[in-house]
Write a protein that binds this ligand. Sequence first.
Ligand SMILES: O=C(O)CCC(=O)C(=O)O
Ligand SMILES: [Fe+2]
Length: 222
Amino acid sequence: MGKVSMRIMEVLMGELLAREEEGVTARTAAGETVEIGGIGQKRRRKGDEEKVEAKVDGRGGGARTEVLVGEQRRNSVVRFNYYPPCPQPSLTLGLGAHSDPHLLTLLHQDLVGGLQICKDGLWMAVRPMPGALVVNIGDALQVWSNDHYKSVEHRAVCNSLRSRLSMGFFLTPMDDATICPLKLSSPHYKPFTWKEYREQMYARRPRGKSNLLHYRIHDQTQ
Ligand SMILES: O=C(O)CCC(=O)C(=O)O
Ligand SMILES: [Fe+2]
């Protein structure tokens, strides 16, 4: 990983995750547990209250590593996605179409390119810009805002020659947080907990934006 990418991760994790004095620092979490492209890595370290866990789960064309930091009091996740070169990229996807279920995503991608968003039914490339982060609205924010903000459907395509790395910070509600429109009149969604949403999403797998429909009150217009 380049120096710039590493610095961005330090800032992201340092600023957004490791807020409490006894918490895990960005450098510790990234340096100790992340092994891009590894298989089945799982490692735990328990300090007073801290717990770091990394999981690697090969899906589609890529391998993904999740780092969960301070599981007791925070739920946010940093995920590294590694996409090896694929000789026939038109036959597969690195990451299938989905919207992030969380509140907000800050995504750093390297300069290879491959991220696409769906706009008016068309897939459009999100061209990498040095030093820029992609900010994606997630499903939970769409529900809280009663559709004022819309989560973005996106996917990652593979590259025939070059591997690609992306790193995302996913701002995540606590498990028992109720996700429902903050506006009391004409809510578009039934209330649910984050834990419920996460579990039904992983059971059904991310598929476009279809997970939200499960909680939608159908007589409301979008
Ligand atoms: O690799 C990318 O650009 C997209 C990653 C992504 O959408 C995700 O991790 O949820
Ligand atoms: Fe995503």
